[in-house]
Ligand binder design. Structure first.
Ligand SMILES: Nc1ncnc2c1ncn2[C@@H]1O[C@H](COP(=O)(O)OP(=O)(O)OP(=O)(O)O)[C@@H](O)[C@H]1O
Length: 585
């Protein structure tokens, strides 16, 4: 008899393989009959094929990019990032962008784009370039992509937590490196051209633990004409000439083997125009300013070094109030070099910085950045101070500071020039009386010329007593009426002198109180020391607790530890220059 199935074949272990094969095939056959399962399997295969294809394309694209394109990366916080953002804005790459960041317009402009019919001129629209964009530039295909989350930096001083660090990546489909460098050169040139009406000021930002971000705080200030700075005759001209000459003589410096850098120190009382001069000079020469606030706590030697080395060539490195960085080494023995500040109410507040400094930067760190091994060439270094005598002589030597310019309180000729700057311009401010009233009133007698008013004004301003800023403040109050400025200046000067005398009286009182406190503290210290010494002598003679005669003084009893010595704060150093001038006069 024939069986419908093949004869059973069993192995040595007794397994019936033909039966099992038969069962498996029938199982597969039943699976194939299940339509759902077949569709799912098809989908699975299709999905796998698509994903493999996508990965293959990506891989091929990457190979292609590596082989046939040049990629450049721009980190936020680096000046070049700004050039590229502006370049993309001008190339209208943003037109295909669907992602914008909207800021209220302010001096921290980040090259926002302008819609054709802009409805709100108070807002800035900055494309984020989150999606890759492709555009053509001079016949080359350029791809632009912005990575936001790839690297996050953490800022310990910011309560808002981690900061997102953006990177712009540009890929140009060419193998010619010159194309990339000409794109960057053009981006920089356009940036300089666009920012010409403004002075670009980069302010060092709070440190973050990660790359970039040092110069991400950028401000654009309206360019100030040199003529608006009122200084002694020839001072400004010589400064501009010197800086201009420096910028034009790089080759000469290189040939002569002299480090190509130049340092300027502007010193003098507050409000006499030091900062304004630097801004006006930067505007005149088309230079950008990189300002490092030494007293801001987060700037230490390492940060200073990193910040200074990321400044491009032909820019101004500005350090304002440089005296706060360190006490003069020349004064190191003086009493006022202290780690403490004593307030009126007797509390002793430890200074966060050692040796009475108001900054974490050390003198050697600063010198290293100016002309040491870590210094960069091709920069104009500007420093300002109100206290030139506090500066260390090492800082002032030629090569570090090549030109010093002293600012003084205003002379009468400066007061006169300032007056003319206020009232001698063509765009006069509307006066208090309305135009209707003016038309109705009889014609007023011809007013004296601005020149003669300026003379009258200046003759009432005593020489070297007021800062230009103080005079400017007075003139601002009378900006609509030159005659009233002339009429009121005498009374204002008298009032200012009276206030100064009162302030001087209060200051003297404060100093006397501090002196008293210091003397009392010193006396307590002395007593404590003597008591300790007396106790030791008593113990030596085996009479603990008993009085001992030491140096003609009876001492004894429980020995008090002397109070923690807190070096006295020399309040004389705190007298500002305005007061110093009054004392001198
Ligand atoms: N010589 C000047 N010419 C024109 N304006 C001046 C002059 N000096 C001061 N001012 C005006 O006074 C204000 C303060 O000036 P500025 O900040 O330049 O003074 P500064 O000497 O740098 O003061 P500080 O030492 O306190 O930083 C500005 O508004 C500026 O316009």
């Amino acid at each position: 008899m024939e069986y419908p199935f093949p004869a059973q074949k069993t192995d040595s272990s007794g397994n019936d393989w033909s039966f099992m094969r038969l069962m498996g095939m029938s199982f597969i056959a039943s699976l194939l009959q299940n339509q759902h399962l077949v569709d799912s399997a098809k989908l699975l295969v299709l999905g796998t094929l698509i994903e493999t294809g996508r990965r293959l394309c990506k891989w091929l694209m990457e190979r292609f990019q590596l082989q046939y394109c040049i990629t450049a990366q721009f980190d936020e916080g680096d000046p070049a990032y700004e050039w590229i953002v502006l370049f993309l804005t001008q190339e209208n790459v943003w037109r295909r962008s669907r992602d914008f960041r909207v800021n209220a317009k302010n001096s921290q402009r980040k090259w926002g784009v302008q819609a054709e019919n802009e409805i709100d001129a108070n807002a800035d629209y900055v494309p984020t370039y989150e999606m890759p964009q492709l555009f053509r530039w001079k016949g080359y295909w350029v791809e632009i992509k912005r990575n936001k989350d790839s690297r996050q930096t953490f800022n310990f001083s910011s309560p808002s937590g981690p900061k997102t660090f953006a990177t712009m990546i540009i890929s140009i489909y060419t193998l010619d490196m010159n194309v990339l460098s000409s794109l960057i050169a053009e981006a920089r040139a356009r940036y300089q051209e666009t920012s010409r009406p403004n002075v670009t000021v980069h302010i060092a930002d709070t440190p973050t633990y990660g790359p970039g971000f040092i110069w991400s705080n950028v401000k654009y200030k309206a360019r100030r004409p040199l003529s608006s700075i009122v200084l002694m005759e020839g001072v400004l001209e010589s400064l501009v000439e010197d800086a201009q000459e420096f910028l034009n003589t790089e080759d000469w410096y290189t040939e002569a083997g002299i480090p190509y850098r130049r340092g300027y120190l502007l010193y003098g009382p507050p409000g006499t125009g030091k900062t304004s001069t630097i801004y006006a000079l930067a505007g005149e020469l088309g230079l950008e300013i990189y300002a490092l606030p030494l007293s801001s706590g987060f700037v230490d030697d390492a940060y200073l070094q990193k910040a200074a080395s990321s400044i491009p060539k032909n820019a101004i490195l500005l350090i304002e109030d440089i005296d706060c960085a360190f006490p003069s080494r020349d004064d190191a023995d003086e009493e006022d070099v202290t780690t403490y500040q004593e307030e009126d109410y007797g509390m002793v507040i430890p200074s966060p910085f050692p040796s009475g400094r108001k900054s974490a930067v050390t003198l050697s760190g600063l010198l290293n950045v100016i002309d040491g091994i870590g210094s960069e060439e091709g920069k104009l270094f500007f420093a300002t101070t109100n206290y030139v005598d506090r500066l260390d002589s090492a800082l002032l030597r030629p090569g570090r500071i090549d030109k010093k310019i002293q600012y003084r309180f205003a002379t009468q000729s400066q007061a006169s020039a300032l007056f003319k700057r206020f009232f001698g311009r063509s765009t006069a401010l509307p006066t208090a009386d309305s135009s209707d009233e003016k038309a109705a009133s009889p014609p007023s007698p011809p007013s004296p010329s601005i020149d003669s008013q300026a003379e009258a004004f200046a003759s009432s301003v005593p020489e070297h007593e007021f800062s230009t800023a103080e005079l400017q403040g007075f003139l601002l109050r009378h900006k609509k009426d030159s005659a009233s400025a002339v009429a009121c200046i005498g009374a204002w000067v008298a009032q200012e002198f009276m206030e100064r005398r009162e302030k001087e009286g209060r200051e003297n009182e404060r100093k006397a109180k501090l002196r008293e406190k210091r003397e009392a503290r010193e006396a307590r210290q002395m007593e404590g020391t003597m008591a300790k010494f007396g106790g030791m002598v008593g113990a030596m003679y085996g009479q603990p607790g008993r009085s001992a005669m030491v140096g003609g003084m009876v001492t004894g009893g429980p020995v008090e530890a002397p109070p923690t010595p807190s070096p006295a704060y020399d309040e004389g150093r705190r007298v500002d220059l305005v007061d110093a001038a009054i004392v001198a006069s």
